[in-house]
Design a protein around this ligand. Structure first.
Ligand SMILES: *Cc1c(COP(=O)(O)O)cnc(C)c1O
Length: 466
């Protein structure tokens, strides 16, 4: 192995240029040609501007859900972007449309849906938001006049998209682990108002996995659909495999019984932004999308991705990037993407194990995936917890040896349910939160914890109480 990583993007683009050369030379028009000096100056300026970023690539960054894509994705995206295919219609990019079908079949199979075209319907989207919108749109079309129920910890997009769709939204309270409360769901279902239940498999804040299995059973009893929002957590289903599952297999197995599921390859699938996915178990829901376009669809009778999607133009390069990534890191449990997720999950387990014996920091609630939440255990009131979290976040970023974390605002009542010994003296409280979503975090956990405990100790308990 060479010490300098290969420039795979340049390698992949060279392949496209070779293909282009087969069509003969094209002289760029004067209106778009730019002098080298001018190009260099603009790019240098950009380089300066881009420094105004947090180091998402580094294990020092253990804050929000952010990390760079895999080099395979960067290379494939760069190459396909040079062609710039549009996923909307087969004419806009036949090659990437085919790649998209293949990766969608892979994702369907990962969740236990039938990988054959007759056994699922799905496509990539530009985000998890749009993917969820499509699932809720199909929910509305198939259960008109009925409400959508989702957990109190569900992503805010569900409330918002119910508003967009003009569908009644019902919030189901969470239990003391941030999961949908089943008794509360059952009470809602008996009213007959609910057409669709949204289960979240990996909440954005805590990484809590709703009891999908029980939700499916309850919903079925009342004729309701089930949509699983696994935008963040979806790929963790790879860790639900025997003999040593690193996540509870029960909810993940049950995703196969849901009517639809969303996963964001741009979160845990090593992709650049612009890559969500929605999958339906029943391919006949395609009828809800039917439309006629005078502009597009003319080269074949095959189903066009644009015919089963609410979005029109969408980057074909996203499919190329995901397809290539899954060639080198397939959706397998112990290897490929599974090994990436396993390292992240082990990092979180290690984190919580360490905090159980820490004199300074405590776990807010045990991590189910790779999102850890923690607080200054020396605090005696929720106000002190809040102040300490804010200070550690700020001091960590400012330090010469920086560490970047994030905070999660929870209600004081939710805090008290988990930690009744801390006196409540306010409405809300910030706890610290780290998304350990880079496999490199596994090796970095001891260092990260040491830095955070040092930062916490730097304030005397007296200072914490102010
Ligand atoms: C991130 C996320 C979304 C929204 O997806 P985007 O890709 O950011 O639009 C929806 N639901 C959950 C559970 C998420 O984690």
């Amino acid at each position: 192995m060479s010490s300098e990583p290969a420039d795979w993007a340049a390698y992949a683009v060279a392949g496209v240029r070779e293909w282009e050369a087969g069509f003969g030379p094209v002289e760029p028009h004067a209106s778009v040609s730019v002098a080298d000096d001018q190009m260099r100056a603009a790019l240098d300026e950009l380089g300066e501007r881009l420094r105004e970023n947090y180091p998402f690539f580094s294990p020092r960054y253990a804050g929000q859900m952010l990390k760079p894509p895999h080099p395979a994705a960067v290379a494939a995206y760069s190459a396909a972007m040079r062609i710039n295919p549009n996923a909307h219609a087969l004419d806009g990019g036949p090659a990437t449309a085919q790649l998209e079908r293949e990766v969608v079949a892979d994702l369907a199979a990962m969740f236990g849906f039938d990988r054959e075209p007759s056994g699922h319907l799905g496509h990539l989207t530009s985000s998890g938001t749009i993917a969820n919108l499509e699932a809720l749109y199909v929910a509305r079309q198939s259960h008109p006049g009925k409400a959508v129920a989702f957990g109190a910890e569900a992503h805010y997009t569900h409330q918002r998209m119910c508003g967009v769709l003009g569908v009644e939204a019902l919030r189901v309270p969470a239990d003391d682990r941030g999961r949908m409360d089943l008794a509360a769901l059952a009470d809602l279902l008996v009213t007959g108002r609910v057409g669709t239940v949204v289960a979240t498999a990996g909440t954005t804040g805590l990484g809590a996995v709703d009891p999908v299995n029980e939700i499916v059973q309850l919903a079925r009893r009342h004729g309701a659909r089930v949509h699983v929002d696994a935008a963040y957590g979806g790929f963790f289903t790879l860790l639900a495999e025997p003999p040593d599952p690193l996540v509870d297999p029960v909810p993940w197995r049950a995703v196969a019984l849901a009517d639809s599921v969303v996963v964001d390859p741009h979160k845990h699938g090593l992709q650049p932004y612009g890559c969500g996915a929605v999958l339906f178990r029943d391919p006949t829901v395609g009828r809800f999308y039917v439309h006629d376009s005078p502009y597009t669809y003319f080269t074949s009778d095959e189903l066009h991705l644009g015919e089963i999607s609410l979005e029109c133009s969408r980057a074909g390069a996203a499919a190329a990037a995901l397809w290539t990534t899954l060639r080198v890191l397939p959706l397998t449990p112990g290897t490929g993407l599974g090994a990436v997720l396993a390292a992240c999950r082990r990092a979180a387990l290690h984190w919580d194990r360490h905090l159980a014996g820490s004199p300074v920091l405590a776990t807010y609630q045990p991590a189910e995936l790779d999102i850890v939440t923690y607080w200054d255990r020396r605090a005696r009131t929720t106000g002190e917890v809040d102040a300490s979290s804010a200070r550690i976040l700020r001091d960590g970023m400012r330090d010469a040896d920086p560490v970047f974390v994030s905070t999660l605002s929870v209600s004081a009542a939710d805090f008290a349910r988990r930690h009744p010994d801390v006196r409540v003296d306010g409405e809300r409280v910030r706890v610290l939160r780290s998304v350990l979503m880079k496999p490199e975090h596994e090796a970095a956990v001891p260092w990260l914890l040491d830095r955070l405990e040092t930062l916490a100790r730097a304030a005397s308990p007296l200072e914490v109480s102010r």
